[in-house]
Design a protein around this ligand. Structure first.
Ligand SMILES: Cc1cc2nc3c(=O)[nH]c(=O)nc-3n(C[C@H](O)[C@H](O)[C@H](O)COP(=O)(O)OP(=O)(O)OC[C@H]3O[C@@H](n4cnc5c(N)ncnc54)[C@H](O)[C@@H]3O)c2cc1C
Length: 644
């Protein structure tokens, strides 16, 4: 048996009534904490990316006692710094027909009708405030000649609502959040622990009360306790080994919480980004994104004939297939990511892929350079072009880029209600770590929007409703549950070191990633997923017999860090395959080969699958329990998505 059925789950905190009023109603109805009492309340925030950094800074500003953790050497090295293309907001500066309702509509539709309307509407409302907040912090967004903030297009939208800072939007936004965080560290409201990795959650009397962390430099294991815990620990795309994520991104914090009772929602929803530099060989440990913003001006094409190996500039116009423009004339090169990725796979599968592996398509700027001039293109994308040239040795001003889809983002994550609280009271989850707003496919430039919405605006309000009942009974590190959590961490580290086998952690990770890519990647099938499940279990068993972790736990040991993360990836991978297997429909980033329309588009099955799949951990050797949260649509009615 792969899984068992549990009781349905409902989001008990989302208000009803007109959708435009729900967030303001929740804000009004949420209990407030008097400023004098905030000083007595302690909150742990794990993660200092855009979600965690903004949350810790804002909670500190509100006067809570915040303790913040990250595993990097500085909070501002969080993976958010890699974000390139931009952040969406319904400002309508362009006067091109944008509105909060349109951003809401595009996001629900873009997510293939697998997200909650209430959450997405709130996200669209808050998007407007985020830009003001960041501008006030001094984030240097691009401006047009009149001085207004400039915007560009991203996939899945016909308006230009993406604000950007060249190709470094994440870095600039993170510097804004980091400065706000540093201010609070200086003021003493936030205590920062960098180079600390959370390895366990402490749950006492049914409430999240703390974390067990390892000091990555000294190896010391520490217990930290508080009135509430916030996880802002990012996504788990690295389960695929090769992805565009920073190498450190992992699932450990959320997976440990899952094992302690937090449900994991829609784990199989993975975003495969269409514009990444293709894999060039077995030596690679990471893939590189070429921002979606490039699709504003770059045209995607392949040779019209299979087997045409001429250099791109020698292939005449009428022997090229600009397949996205041909298949989706309304949106052209700016169709959403899931659609662009699948189309690239299909043309490559039909033998028309380019490059030595045949797994690539062209992204060509010749038209844009002819129309706008080289300097204008350099002003928009210069740093991306330079990055491409450094990696491939080819000059994209002269020859088209070669791109191919790669794992980029995970829509799945810990289940949270409208208040961003998980199924463990007192455990809140924000940013990419939760499952909340993107359904089965995230639109470009919406992750930064969600992370900052959660961190600057939503969580600081909703956590107050929970903390208003605190401070909770004092607990200390000698509490039996805290002692047990710490002992579990010690025991696991000892076990990993004790195996002393003959295979590196990376070799297992690479093999696991390949299995996931082959069977739970761009296309999934019943047979493939069943095969993967068997192979993942066998590989996991081998991992615990043969992994070699050199050194000890008494100091810096990156092999030990990786081993713990890969051990958790093994368990997650299994749940991802079970989730993908049970969802016998195609939707968004989850494409089941058995469920497609005659022209190869994803075929949803709303009758049977219009729900969030929230998985409960039932024990190491027991199948997970499925809890369904039904999705209802009153404002954006599910239809076959069309970008034609
Ligand atoms: C190359 C690239 C480009 C992108 N470009 C865009 C873009 O243009 N627009 C857009 O909207 N989105 C973009 N995204 C997606 C976006 O960057 C991420 O979804 C977002 O930044 C995630 O933010 P976060 O705060 O949730 O997590 P992260 O930024 O991943 O931060 C996670 C934090 O948690 C900490 N952490 C994790 N586990 C532990 C642990 N166990 N113990 C202690 N600390 C822990 C880390 O140290 C880190 O501080 C891009 C993604 C990539 C990969």
């Amino acid at each position: 048996m792969l899984y068992t059925e549990g009781r349905p789950i409902a989001d008990g905190t989302a208000p009803d009534g007109p959708i435009e009023d729900r967030w303001s109603r929740r804000r009004f109805e949420a209990k407030l904490v008097n400023p004098a009492n905030r000083r007595k309340l302690r909150v742990i925030v794990v993660g200092t990316g855009l979600a965690g950094g903004s949350a810790a800074a804002t909670l500190g500003e509100l006067g809570y006692q915040v303790t913040s953790f990250c595993y990097q050497d500085s909070p501002r090295r969080a993976h958010s710094i890699a974000a390139q293309g931009g952040i969406n907001a319904a400002k309508n500066y362009r006067n091109d027909g944008d509105s909060i309702h349109r951003l809401f509509y595009d996001t629900v539709k873009g997510g293939d009708f697998r997200s909650r309307e209430s959450n997405v509407h709130r996200l669209a409302e808050v998007s407007v405030e985020i830009i003001d907040q960041c501008v006030a912090q001094g984030v240097p967004f691009a401006r047009e000649y009149g001085g207004l903030l400039d915007t560009r297009s991203f996939g899945g939208a016909q308006v230009q609502r993406t604000f950007y800072a060249r190709g470094q939007t994440g870095q600039q936004l993170l510097l804004g959040a980091y400065q706000a965080l540093e201010r609070q560290i200086g003021l003493g409201t936030v205590t920062m622990h960098s180079r600390h990795e959370m390895l366990e959650l402490v749950v006492i009397d049914g409430r999240a009360r703390g974390v067990v962390v390892r000091d990555l430099v000294t190896g010391e294991i520490e217990t930290h306790l508080a009135d509430a815990v916030v996880l802002a620990t990012g996504g788990y795309g690295n389960v695929f080994y090769l992805s565009t994520n920073a190498k450190g991104c992992n699932v450990t914090a959320t997976w440990r919480a899952h094992r302690k009772g937090a449900y994991f929602a829609n784990p199989c929803y993975t975003q495969i980004h269409p514009t990444c530099i293709p894999v060039s060989g077995g030596h690679q440990s990471k893939l590189t994104l070429m921002s979606e913003s490039l699709r504003n001006d770059g045209r995607v094409w392949v040779p019209a004939q299979a087997g045409d190996t001429r250099p791109p500039r020698e292939i005449p116009e009428d022997e090229r297939d600009y397949y996205l423009e041909r298949m989706y004339p309304s949106f052209g090169n700016l169709v959403p990511r899931d659609i662009a990725s699948r189309a690239a796979k299909n043309v490559c599968d039909s033998g028309r892929g380019v490059g030595t592996t045949g797994l690539g398509v062209y992204l060509d700027f010749a038209d844009a350079i002819g129309r706008l001039g080289r300097q204008a293109v350099a002003d928009r994308y210069g740093n991306l072009f330079e990055m491409y040239e450094r990696i491939t040795g080819e000059d994209p001003y002269e020859v088209p880029m070669r791109i191919y889809p790669a794992v980029h983002y995970t829509m799945g994550g810990l289940w949270v209600d409208y208040d961003l609280q998980s199924t463990i009271p007192g455990l809140f989850v924000i940013g990419e770590a939760n499952f909340s707003d993107h359904g089965a496919n995230r639109l470009g430039a919406s992750a930064l929007m969600q992370g900052l919405a959660d961190g600057y605006f939503v969580l600081p309000t909703t956590i107050g409703d929970y903390l208003a009942d605190g401070p909770f009974d004092p607990v200390d590190a000698d509490h039996p549950e805290a002692v047990r959590a710490r002992a579990d961490v010690d025991d696991r580290l000892r076990r990993l070191l004790a195996v002393d086998g003959d295979r590196t952690v990376d070799s297992f990770h690479r093999e696991l990633g390949q299995l996931m890519w082959d069977h739970c990647g761009m296309e999934r099938s019943d047979a493939g997923l069943r095969k993967a499940l068997g192979e993942i279990r066998a590989l996991r068993e081998q991992f615990w017999r043969r992994v070699k972790v050199p050194g000890d736990g008494e100091g810096l040991n990156q092999a030990l860090e990786k081993a713990g993360r890969v051990a958790d990836f093994f368990e997650l991978a299994e749940l991802m395959c079970v989730d993908a297997l049970h969802r016998a429909e195609s939707c968004g980033g989850h494409f089941r080969s058995e469920s497609q329309t005659p022209d190869g588009e994803a075929e949803r099955d709303d009758e049977r699958f219009s729900y969030v799949a929230a998985w409960e951990f039932a024990g190491a050797d027991r199948p997970p329990v499925l809890h369904r949260e039904d999705l209802t649509f009153s404002y954006v009615h599910p239809s076959q998505r069309s970008y034609k």
